[in-house]
Design a protein around this ligand. Sequence first.
Ligand code: PMP
Length: 460
Amino acid sequence: MVMGKNDELESLRHQVSDITAQIIRNVHRRMELAKQIGEIKSSLGIDVKDEKVEQEIRLRVLSLADEIGMGRDFALQLLNVLLEESEQAQVQKRLQKGQRQTHLGIFMKAKQLEASGKRIIHMEIGEPDYPPPARVGESLADSFRLRQYHYTDTRGIPKLRDAIAEKEGVSEDEVVVTPGGRFAVFSAITSLLKAGQELIVIEPAWPAYKQCADFIGARTKVLRTTFANKWTPDLQQLEEMMNPSTKMIVLNYPNNPTGKILDGKRLERIVSVAKDNGLYLLSDEVYADYTLKKFASIHEYGYDKSILVSSFSKRYAMTGFRVGYAVANNDIIAKIASVQAIGITSVAEPMQRAALAAMSEYPSENVRMMKKRLDFVCGKLKEMSLRFVEPEGAMYVYPELPRGEDIELVEKLLEKGVAIAPGSGFGDYYRQFVRISACQPEKILEKGLTIMASVMKEQA
Ligand code: PMP
């Protein structure tokens, strides 16, 4: 009898092992087919992503799961892993032709050139040149004198959390202080999504959202906007993108790189799409102070699953202090804080105190200066006969190139000592664009743009 059970166990184990081997073989075969499809798509110049085909497979898998009594969530999770792998296999083929360069990559190259003695005009990075408020410096000295340089609560020191809560009109348990807005984005995406689930990003977009999703094996669905439509997202298209794996929409207004601000009506509709589908709504508002028209924060819509991300980097020119924050309901904050507890313990105490000191001032001079610089850059680009949508906020202008591709121009300019960001760093379909950052004094911007004009003339 005991032998019989042992034999049965052995036989079942063999079957499991055989089926696993078959699954691996079939997955491999599936990937080979995906590569072939990728090659054909590439030769026909069609997109790697095909939502319609994907939706057909998804519906087939869901009905099969129901038929055989398999959990829908698990079936979808498996399917998403397969879809992601095939997409990567197809994308890799294209990437071999030309690696995607981001503004950060150009910044690193520019820094290397500077280290070797070359002078560079920085119009590639969103780092204001003006200093933080004077009391920030005093606070740093005080922190040392008063020995305020210890581990703090993972969510941040109570005084800073209270001040942020008051500014944002929430309670302090709805706030977590993070090392920059970037880490708030990272910990929100990585703690709220699982591998295989999807988030929607409106492109052109700051590349970090997709990078965070990639980091945990979540999938990024892109809602593409165009210059012709003034970078306005098509909300009908957004609604059509919903599927059972969709878990989050990411918004970034005022937008990096286009400077767009979404109007209240559209934002309201996005909130209702999120509500109807139970999605998280991550609103990256690090440029909220730099607005040239009315801007409504996600808070004004009272949606329980929204997460606001903000930062001291742009508002107070405190990029290197690495202080930002997230505001959301207590459950979400607890999840975000758990990533912080694992990764960093807390933001450095002197930096939190410096941020608190900064908050007693409103940076009106920074805002005024940025507006003036944006006007200046826009004027110069018009003189160069470049087309662009006038920025409504943020710190950038995103002009279209009349000829050639972004990387070509970016590299030529770097040789001449001017760094700008390639448009394709914000999405694969924007090779005709470059991003100019207005974070330098007008004299320097003028110098950089004059060099850009002469390089573009040579290209003509
Ligand atoms: N979001 C956007 C859209 C950004 O452009 C940046 C910085 N370039 C950040 C977040 C993060 O900034 P920080 O981490 O310095 O707060």
